[in-house]
Design a binder for this molecule. Structure first.
Ligand code: PHE
Length: 347
């Protein structure tokens, strides 16, 4: 017969073993494995019952109760150990997945088009929507195309309006994209509807003028073209580029190649037309020159001015960009300072 006291020492030893060995457990999987070793059907706790047959019958109840107590204790013990491990595991996951939202983000530097190119594209977009086709002229131009055919013969006082870079007595760096009008009218018969963007050159240099800048010429020749057509088209253009609430105003002006000639103003988009320092308190800002193509110019190109009439306009692209993006010195458009250029991204 086994001594109950001895057996109870065995029971206590199993409990101690559980307590000691469980100290090395680090996760719930290990807890699960160890729990199996002690609490499975053939586990170390259950095995203790094998001693039952050796116990004096009068003490069997006592023995069974002690083993059961150990079993219940072990169930609780592994239960709470498992819970503790799972909590710790969850914390470890949280910690590893933690995102520090105060860290600076990874950004990708993305280039954008130059403001002048952006405005140029916007203008092409608007006018090609109205059926204009692009014709690109040349930057080096014959005196005839730049001036004479445009009703500005030698010694015409209007040549003073544009300080010209002469390459030779015959050739100039074109001072205006209007020269493209002549090339187109010489080569095509009406109806004509072209847009001619490009660089132009004038010996002129201050905050709003640069020796090189860009223009966008527009030319429409057909039967019955009037100033009304011009105003209608320009209205669409300014609303698209400067905003829906923008209005236009035509002011009489003078260009040798248009008659009548107009200067086109838009209502000031800073103050809405009430007057502010931006529009020099007039409520209006000048954006382009335009007019009805002079009969003499049509004649020069072999187009009968009694049958056809035309309208023409010339937009300064840098000027539009400066107005639109609040740039007060044209040099900022040519200095390639990324701090300036990065701020302008209209596409
Ligand atoms: N060529 C003129 C200029 O450069 C603008 C213009 C174009 C005016 C077409 C009338 C018609 O100032």
């Amino acid at each position: 017969m086994a001594n109950l006291f001895e057996l109870q020492k065995k029971i206590a030893a199993v409990r101690e073993q559980i307590e000691t060995e469980s100290k090395d457990l680090t996760d719930s999987k290990m807890v699960y494995e160890m729990r199996k070793v002690f609490l499975d059907k053939t586990g170390k706790v259950g095995q203790l019952m094998r001693y039952m047959k050796d116990v004096d019958p009068s003490q069997r109840a006592e023995f069974g109760k002690t083993v059961n107590e150990l079993k219940n204790w072990a169930l609780d013990y592994f239960g709470s150990l498992d819970e503790k491990m799972r909590k710790a595991e969850l914390q470890r996951v949280y910690k590893s997945e933690q995102i520090d939202i105060t860290m600076p983000a990874h950004t990708h530097v993305q280039g954008n088009l130059h403001p002048v190119t952006q405005v140029r594209n916007q203008l092409i977009d608007v006018f090609s929507g109205m059926g204009f086709e692009i014709y690109e002229g040349t930057e080096v131009e014959n005196d005839y195309y730049n001036f004479t055919a445009l009703n500005t013969p030698k010694d015409h006082p209007a040549r003073d309006m544009q300080d010209t870079f002469y390459l030779s007595p015959e050739f100039v760096l074109r001072t205006q994209t209007s020269s493209a009008q002549i090339h187109v009218m010489e080569n095509e018969k009406p109806p004509i509807k072209i847009l001619s963007p490009g660089k132009v050159f004038r010996s002129d240099d201050d905050a709003t003028h640069s020796p090189m800048f860009s223009q966008m010429e527009g030319l429409v020749v057909d039967k019955g073209i009037t100033l009304g057509d011009l105003q209608g088209m320009l209205d669409v253009f300014v609303k698209k580029v400067f905003g829906q609430e923008t209005r236009t105003r035509l002011r009489p002006s003078y260009f040798p190649f248009t008659e009548p000639s107009v200067e086109v103003d838009v209502s000031c988009f800073e103050c809405g037309g009430t007057g502010c320092s931006f529009c020099k308190h007039t409520g209006w800002i000048e954006v382009l020159g335009a007019g009805i193509v002079n009969r003499k110019v049509l004649e020069n190109c072999g187009i009968d001015p009694d049958v056809y009439s035309g309208l023409a306009f010339g937009i300064g692209i840098e000027r539009v960009a400066m107005l639109k993006y609040g740039i007060n010195n044209i040099k900022q458009l040519f200095e390639s300072d990324l701090r300036v250029l990065n701020q302008i991204n209209d596409r």
